[in-house]
Design a protein around this ligand. Structure first.
Ligand SMILES: Nc1ncnc2c1ncn2[C@@H]1O[C@H](COP(=O)(O)OP(=O)(O)OP(=O)(O)O)[C@@H](O)[C@H]1O
Length: 244
């Protein structure tokens, strides 16, 4: 479970987070939805420990990220930008390298890598160099890296940005699989369709704080709108920065 409480962060005189609080539970996909500049990336970076909040706290499975970052990160996987793979490595080498970085012995890293390659059905590409991979193959490799140390929690910042329809579908299926396996999946987006299709729980944020949260249906009910897009626009007070 990921829990943030009253997070505040000012960057270059901008109040990026302004008392942000929400929970992302295990076995659910939680979407952070908001217009450009709402603070989604800042929130995820703070949860991952890349940024330090001015006040408030972020907890991963009840471990405060700022107090015990190593333990917190043991239970956290960060989906990297699939464009940034090491081109000269094969997925097996790449994933095993990150498994060892997370503290596993060579033997454990090898077997964890084989497990994740099986889980994501990647054996056909496991020993090819990443150079020249399709977006979908990159996506799988990036996700394998994020989950090889078997974290309970996975965070993804706009994971479908720049992806074609097929790659988006592959990623959706992978996220649904992780949810079925009981993981906590937290991702940011301003793509309405993606949030509607995937999320059990949606956290709508504007200017660094939560303006509404609930299931897509609950948000529609709350705003008395038929579509999620209309509900979000009502909640946000404008359609700026939203993608259909
Ligand atoms: N390094 C930085 N320097 C200056 N301002 C920053 C920096 N990082 C974030 N901000 C500001 O903090 C606010 C929140 O930014 P953030 O990137 O978290 O938003 P976001 O919701 O992820 O936006 P987008 O959907 O456009 O990616 C914005 O106003 C942004 O300009």
């Amino acid at each position: 479970m990921i829990e943030v409480t009253e997070l505040r962060k000012t960057i270059a005189n901008v109040q990026a987070l302004n008392g942000l609080s929400f929970k992302a539970e295990n076995g659910k996909i939680t979407g952070l939805l908001g217009p450009n500049g709402a603070g989604k990336t800042t929130c995820l970076r703070t949860v991952f420990g890349l940024l330090q909040a001015d006040s408030g706290e972020a907890k991963i499975d009840d471990v405060n990220v700022a107090v015990d970052p190593m333990s917190a990160k043991q239970q956290l996987g960060l989906f990297p930008d699939p464009c940034g793979l090491y081109e000269r490595l094969t997925p097996r080498e790449y994933v095993q390298f990150f498994a060892q970085l997370s503290g596993m012995s060579v033997q454990d890293a090898k077997s964890a890598t084989q497990n994740v390659l099986n889980k994501l059905q990647m054996n056909d590409i496991a020993d090819r160099k990443c150079q020249g991979f399709s977006q979908g193959q990159r996506m799988k490799t990036a996700l394998a890296q994020a989950i090889v140390h078997k974290p309970t929690n996975i965070i993804l910042d706009e994971p479908t940005r720049g992806l074609d329809v097929m790659s988006t579908r592959i990623l959706r299926d992978l996220l649904l699989m992780l949810k079925e396996q009981g993981h906590c999946v937290l991702f940011s987006s301003h793509v309405m369709q993606e949030v509607a299709a995937l999320c059990d729980h949606v956290v709508v944020m504007v200017k660094g704080k939560v303006v509404a949260e609930g299931s897509p249906q609950e948000l529609c009910d709350k705003t008395q709108k038929d579509s999620l897009e209309e509900a979000f626009i009502t909640l946000i007070g404008s359609d700026e920065g939203l993608a259909a």
